[in-house]
Design a protein around this ligand. Structure first.
Ligand SMILES: Nc1nc2c(ncn2[C@@H]2O[C@H](COP(=O)(O)OP(=O)(O)OP(=O)(O)O)[C@@H](O)[C@H]2O)c(=O)[nH]1
Ligand SMILES: [Mg+2]
Length: 215
């Protein structure tokens, strides 16, 4: 927390192309600043940082606390026009440029509406580890996007997790159960946004607001 009673939280969006990273960033920021659309090619081609200040987010010791949320969107891997090394290089550069004080949480987007295959998830985990280093699992939360499809599956979040294939359940174990579900929204309301932000803040608080210096 700084002198202005403001907490800064640095978040990184990671995941495969078209998993919903930019859309999640927009939901968190309550804006449409990240380009997000369904398209035959990867939409995000470079890392982009957007910030948002939420005044009077919480109270501590009788004082209002503001929240400064900094969200770094990234191109997906695999990408339709960039190779893996180009994306990794871009993410590393953006992390050191925008988050010199470190990263509070990487949000790893995975789609809830398609089954998870062993090889796919291994690849995503390897990439996260490459970018964040050996402590990645303390600073990563899984975000299951397209979660509105759980309704079509007639399934609760708990049931979904209990039926998750091994690749997903192993990943969830490695990130100490940090998992949230996110749905497509057309204009996230303030209340929905606060719920989403609070879920992530809860993980950040569990880490005592520590941040990770990626390697
Ligand atoms: N139904 C549904 N659609 C979603 C959800 N999240 C994102 N989308 C849609 O999926 C498409 C791709 O979303 P993006 O946010 O652009 O995905 P991305 O991961 O940033 O994609 P790239 O930048 O291409 O890697 C858009 O049309 C979004 O509206 C979700 O939770 N449910
Ligand atoms: Mg994108």
């Amino acid at each position: 927390m700084d002198d202005n009673n403001e907490i800064t939280i640095n978040l990184l969006l990671l995941g495969k192309t078209q998993c919903g990273k930019s859309s999640l960033g927009n939901s968190l920021l309550g804006s449409y600043e990240f380009e997000s659309r369904i398209f035959p090619q990867s939409v995000t081609k470079e890392c982009r940082l957007r910030r948002m200040r939420i005044p009077e987010f919480a109270r501590r010791s009788g004082k209002e606390l503001g929240l400064r949320l900094q969200v770094l969107d990234t191109p997906g891997i695999p990408h339709s026009s960039l190779n893996q090394d180009e994306v990794k290089k871009g993410v590393r550069k953006a992390l050191s440029e925008h988050f010199p004080e470190g990263l509070h949480m990487a949000l790893l987007g995975l789609r809830a509406d398609i089954p998870h295959c062993e090889e796919d998830n291994q690849h995503t985990v390897k990439l996260t580890e490459d970018l964040l280093g050996p402590n990645w699992m303390y600073f990563t939360a899984v975000v299951l996007t397209h979660a509105e499809t759980l309704e079509d599956m007639r399934m609760t979040e708990e049931k979904f997790i209990s039926l998750a294939p091994k690749s997903l359940s192993t990943l969830l174990e490695r990130v100490h159960g940090r998992c949230i579900f996110s749905e497509q929204t057309h204009g996230t309301s303030q209340a929905e946004r606060k719920v989403l932000v609070n879920q992530i803040l809860h993980f950040v608080r569990q880490n005592s607001y520590q941040s990770l210096q990626p390697i």
